[in-house]
Design a protein around this ligand. Sequence first.
Ligand code: AMP
Length: 299
Amino acid sequence: MKPDLSTVDTLPGTPGVSLLRAKSALRAALAEPRREGRTIGLVPTMGYLHDGHLSLLRAARGECDVVVMSLFVNPTQFGPGEDLDRYPRDEERDLRLADEAGADLVYAPPVEEVYPHDFSTAVEVGGSLTSVLDGDAARRGPSHFRGVTTVVAKLFNAVQPDVAYFGQKDAQQAAVIRRMVRDLDFPVNVEVLPTVREPDGLAMSSRNAYLDPEDRERAVALSRALRAAEEGARAGSLAAGLDAAHRELDAAGIEPEYLEARDPELMEPVAELNGRPVLVAVAARVGGARLIDNVLIRP
Ligand code: AMP
C-alpha cells in the first residue's frame, strides 16, 4: 500500500515517521517539542537514500530529541543541462529507510511550497569559496552554491534546528554552509560527518545509480586516486601524491574535471602539507554520472 502522502499520521515522540508537505504543518509539529526544550536535529537530503544519508540520520537520532529529515530535490542548485529531470527518486523507500534510521519527521515539500511563483530572494556566499572547484564557472558555477545556500537557509528557518548534519562527501558544500551560518548568525550547530563508502571504496552517492556495471568498476579509481594522493603526501610530497592520483585516473580512462589540493575551510590552493588539514578533491564524469569525492589529509 502506498503511504498516505497528505497528512500527519503520527506525532513526534510516537513510533513511526510522519510525512509533512507544508511548512505550516512542519512548524505545528515542532512547536510543542520546541516549547518543551527538546533538541531538534535536521538532516537535509535530496532523497534516494543510501548509507551516507543514514549515517547522518543515525547521528542525529543519537544526539537530538527530534530528528527531521528534509527530502527535496532542489531545482535551484541544478544548472541548465544538469540532471534535475532524471535525478533518481523513490519516496516510498526513502520514508521506510528514514523511519528505520530513527527519523521522526520527513519534510518533503512540493517545489511551489519552497519557491512560490514570485520567489525573488537568494542567499549567496561570495568570494573564492564558491567560485573554485565545483563553483568554477566552467563547472557547476557559483549559482550551484547559491541554490544550496538559499534552500538550506530556508530549511533552517522552517525547522529551526539546534543541529544540522552534512556529509564530508560534499566538502565544499559543507565549507560554504559553515560560512553562511557564521556570516548570517544562524543559531545552528553544523556537524559534518565522514564519507560513507562502498566496500571497494567508491563514495556512496545517489548518482551512482547512473553507473552501468562497467562504469561502476571504473568509478572506484576516484577513491583509489585519493588514497594515492594521501599516501604520496604522507611520504613527503603532495605534488608526487597528486601525480600518482592522476596516474590512477588515467589507468581507468578517467579525465578529472579537477583534482586539487586545497585548504578545507578557505578552499585556497595548497602546495604542500603545512601542519594543517589539506583537502584533496576530485570531480570526474564517469559514464552517465558526474561524481565527486575527496580526502581530508590531517597532519
Ligand atoms: P544529497 O541527498 O546528495 O544532497 O546529500 C544529502 C546529505 O548527505 C549531504 O549533507 C551530503 O553531503 C550527505 N552525503 C551524501 N553522500 C554521502 C556519503 N557517501 N557519506 C556521507 N554523507 C553523504
